[in-house]
Write a protein that binds this ligand. Structure first.
Ligand SMILES: Nc1ncnc2c1ncn2[C@@H]1O[C@H](COP(=O)(O)OP(=O)(O)OP(=O)(O)O)[C@@H](O)[C@H]1O
Ligand SMILES: [Mg+2]
Length: 403
């Protein structure tokens, strides 16, 4: 994901709310903080020197407590809020310098917005709500109908197009809101607490569906949330904000491994480690690997020497084939390993979480392989490695604070 070129580049974005931002900006640039600026000028610093990149096809979550500047940041990206300083580049377009008409056109064609409040028109059917943006753009009736119905189907609301918003549940209305944004086929979706009004189960469904949808449609998504679980469910990178500034940028696992400060550490304190640390993070080099034409006798010797619970068997190309335990090897003499493979499924992909690794470990023989996308062997995780990885994370997360 992040190896793709950035689709959006945000640089030094600053927003000062107030009639006369000039003096406040000077104070900020002279190193005064937000409170000092407020006292001296009465102006509220909403955002201060915010910079980050968003890759094409990435879901980036902007996270932080209430008032940290998330919405301001999101709205500055498409200039629903006019930034006081800084730059937003979308591909090669400097959004911050667009004239009024260009900006309107750019916003309509490139950005879709989804908010917490669904803001559907109550007297329009779902279909007419979804085609609203296309209507504004002057798209001919037949065409906009077709696009609206396709978007309605994408979000799983097929058959509901002739109903009115009040006839739909909250979750369905949220889907309709998403369909309305998708109907315009923008390549960038800006979503502000879009699922916060939904109850927890529906919310989780919507998160999963958004991830699936994103994989299919390859949209670039900026998702504002104050909920760490939501950020983790959406996967990918997080920009964590506090008092209008970026405190840290990275994955939840990065925050856990190396929190930038106390605020970040406390943010991730209650995180489910098993849900964010990957198999790739926890694996180590295997000590007993054998090609599948090796004999049981040779494998047993190497197993005894290594202290591993199982021999990891690979083909000539290094792809994982399965494991064989000591019990099976004993007495199998010159039989080749490929005839003895007991657990062909004892592996997880590198990117899988420890949650997946735990269930495999529980049903296996004390060790599993970690594999790449073509099943090539990358490393192994034994029960003890899992425990060690968890202990390491606890240590890194540091002692609990008293306050
Ligand atoms: N129109 C405005 N005029 C003055 N101050 C504003 C305005 N909009 C936002 N602010 C201030 O800017 C700061 C950031 O607000 P913002 O709405 O971006 O926070 P947020 O992180 O989205 O919070 P929440 O989670 O509550 O939605 C806050 O201190 C807020 O009071
Ligand atoms: Mg907000």
């Amino acid at each position: 994901m992040s190896q793709n070129r950035p689709r959006i580049r945000v640089r030094g974005l600053t927003k000062i709310f107030g009639d006369d931002a000039g003096p406040a900006l000077s104070l900020l640039q002279a190193g005064r903080d937000r409170n000092e600026v407020l006292k001296a000028t009465g102006a509220v610093v909403g955002l201060q020197d915010v910079s980050f990149d968003i890759a094409e096809g990435e879901i980036l979550v902007v996270m932080g407590l209430s008032g940290s500047g998330k919405s301001t940041c999101l709205r500055c990206i498409n200039r629903l809020i006019e930034p006081t300083a800084g730059q937003v580049m979308v591909d090669d377009v400097d959004v911050t310098t667009l004239g009024e008409r260009e900006l309107l056109a750019f916003r309509r064609t490139r950005f879709g917005m989804v908010f917490q409040q669904f803001a559907l028109f109550p007297h329009r059917t779902i279909q007419r709500n979804v085609e609203y943006g296309l209507e504004v753009q002057g798209v001919p009736v037949a065409q906009r109908r077709e696009r609206a119905l396709a978007a309605i189907e994408t979000v799983g609301l097929a058959g509901w197009d002739q109903h009115y918003p009040a006839q739909l549940s909250g979750g369905m209305q949220q889907r309709a809101g998403l369909a309305r944004a998708l109907a315009l086929d923008p390549d960038i979706l800006l979503m502000d607490e879009a699922f916060s009004a939904l109850d927890p189960l529906i919310r989780r469904d919507m998160q999963q569906e958004l991830v699936a949808l994103q994989r299919r449609l390859k949209k670039t998504i900026v998702f504002v949330s104050h909920d760490l679980d939501e950020a983790i469910a959406l996967g990918g990178r997080i920009v964590l904000m506090k008092d209008g500034r970026v405190v840290q940028e990275g994955t939840a696992a990065d925050f856990l491994a190396a929190p930038a400060d106390e605020y970040v550490r406390r943010f991730v304190e209650h995180i489910d480690v098993l849900g964010v640390v990957t198999a790739g993070d926890a694996m180590r080099a295997p000590a007993a690997v054998k090609p599948w034409f090796s004999t049981a006798a040779a494998a047993l010797a190497s197993l005894t020497q290594s202290g591993e619970p199982v021999v990891t068997v690979v083909c000539q190309e290094g792809r994982f084939q399965g494991t064989v335990d000591a019990e099976t090897l004993k007495g199998a003499g010159e039989t080749e390993l490929r005839f003895l493979l007991s657990d062909k499924d004892a592996c997880v992909p590198e990117g899988a979480t420890l949650n997946d690794a735990v269930s495999k470990l529980a049903s296996g023989r004390g060790e599993i392989a970690v594999v790449g996308s073509g099943r090539e062997l990358k490393g192994v995780i034994a029960n003890a490695d899992l425990v060690a990885a968890l202990a390491r994370r606890r240590q890194e997360a540091g002692p609990q604070t008293a306050h």
